[in-house]
Design a protein around this ligand. Structure first.
Ligand code: UGA
Length: 438
């Protein structure tokens, strides 16, 4: 099928490449010329495992092209809207400027029978408004909502073999039938592989996405709240998570206590959900998400406080090696990254922060040039008074504590992801502090 993908960020670029990999003929459109130039040359503009391979093969085959001109979307049968919905300045609500702008720009190029498919994460009610704009355009196109559940770091796999597909279809039956047929054709391979499909209305599809991320954020903050209690009682939150996680109704995944969640999705999505619920007069239904957010932000402060405490009450003039900048491993994304936040806060308290990360240094340096960066972990560790691990990249998890101990000035380690082998670090002479651990 001929498809267009409007917006080529983390979501759109992967979606465009993955759809081409599945055999569709795809045009990716974005307003950022340098991004389009990189993608056209088959280069991924950000770090995402597996993306360079499918980009290179799909651009070389001619099935995948990129452009800054919306008119190049004309002739595609299905148009995915995959632009960002960041947090509005000075508010918790989502900023829909790009979504509305993308649709307005696309409408002149729509043909009768085309389907516009929203993939961006939006407040419930948005699809109905956008569908009204499509209907009013008189183009004969219609709109469906098809939320995306990909995780950064696993985005290619999650797009090609998703764990579920959700279609939010138009209320009019004839339109719904043809929208479903088009979406089925797009996702033929996933459907043939038995991917579960939920066919529903606009509001449910939008809420599936908001509530999935709210649930994940709540699960992480739940275990981080337990970490706070563990800190007050001498209990060990990792053992606690192992024990409760063995109950299949609870499950161990997303019970990793530590410095908390960040990224371009969970933090802004729970805030946007709260803001939308308040608009709907149902603020109290999701008021707990404010607590989820507060617990999450307190964990960043806890890592900073532990570092200060471990250094005798002040980090001023001390060298702190920060291991990790990305919001999670296998990503170079630093949006709302707890790791970068901790580094910046320690710098603000007068520490000389030398941070290292396998992929996120360039992005971090652009926004925080005041920090020092070291490509080699050994350079970050050299003569450090304390080491703070905040992104659990494999190279940090498996770092040899004896080797690291010979580089630093003082063997103090704060494990902000509870991912180090504490007994091994202690045996190598380190003062080890985890989160929610004795
Ligand atoms: C999240 C969701 O997991 C995806 O399903 C969703 O599609 C995506 O948002 C989105 O809305 O686009 P992502 O932001 O890539 O995906 O990252 P996650 O893997 O969910 O991790 C989020 C944060 O939680 C990271 O900072 C991670 O370090 C943290 N985390 C995760 C924990 O602190 N503890 C855990 O046990 C798990």
């Amino acid at each position: 099928m001929k498809l267009s993908v409007i917006g080529c960020g983390y979501l759109g670029a992967v979606h465009a490449a993955a759809m081409a990999e599945l055999g569709h003929d795809v045009i990716g459109i974005d307003v950022d010329q340098s991004r389009i130039d990189a993608l056209s040359a088959g280069k991924a503009p950000f770090f995402e495992p597996g993306l360079p391979d499918i980009l290179a093969s799909a651009t070389a085959s001619g099935r995948l092209r990129f452009s800054t001109r919306m008119e190049d979307a004309a002739g595609s049968r299905v148009h995915f809207i995959a632009v960002g919905t960041p947090q509005k300045r000075g508010s918790y609500a989502a900023d829909l400027t790009s979504v509305n702008g993308a649709l307005d720009a696309l409408i002149p190029f729509l043909n009768a029978g085309d389907l516009v498919v929203g993939k961006s994460t939006v407040p419930v009610g948005t699809a109905t408004n956008l569908a009204a704009a499509v209907a009013a355009s008189g183009t004969g196109a219609s709109l469906a909502w098809n939320p995306e559940f990909l995780r950064e770091g696993f985005a290619v796999k999650d797009t090609i073999s998703p764990d579920r597909l959700v279609y939010g279809l138009p209320p009019a039956e004839a339109e719904a039938v043809s929208a479903k047929a088009l979406l089925d054709a797009v996702y033929r391979s996933a459907l043939d592989a038995g991917t579960p499909l939920i066919v529903t209305d606009y509001a449910t599809s939008e809420l599936v996405k908001a509530s999935a991320n709210a649930f994940l954020a709540t699960k992480i903050s739940f275990i981080n709240a337990m970490a706070e209690i563990a800190e007050a009682t001498g209990a060990d939150v990792t053992q606690l998570a192992d024990a409760i996680g063995l109950d299949p109704r609870i499950g161990r995944r997303f019970l990793g206590a530590g410095v908390g969640f960040g990224g371009g999705c969970l933090p802004k999505d729970i805030r946007a959900f709260t803001a939308r619920a308040e608009e709907l007069g149902r603020g109290e239904s999701v008021a707990f998400l404010k607590e989820v957010d507060a617990i999450n932000l307190r964990r960043r402060q806890r890592v900073v406080d532990l570092t200060v405490e471990s250094l005798g009450g002040s980090v001023n003039g001390k060298k702190v090696a920060v291991l990790g900048l990305a919001f999670k491993p296998f990503s170079d994304d630093i949006r709302d990254s707890p790791a970068l936040d901790v580094a910046v806060q320690l710098r603000g308290l007068g520490a000389t922060v030398v941070a290292t990360d396998p992929h996120a240094i360039e992005n971090s340096r652009r926004i925080h040039p005041q920090l020092e960066y070291a490509v080699e972990p050994a350079d970050a560790l050299a003569n450090a008074d304390a080491v703070v691990l905040v992104t659990e990249w494999d190279q940090f998890r498996h770092m040899d504590p004896v080797w690291a101990g010979n580089l630093v000035r003082d063997r103090i380690v704060i494990d902000g992801r509870n991912c180090l082998d504490a007994p091994a670090w202690r045996a190598a002479g380190w003062t080890y502090r985890g989160l929610g651990k004795p």
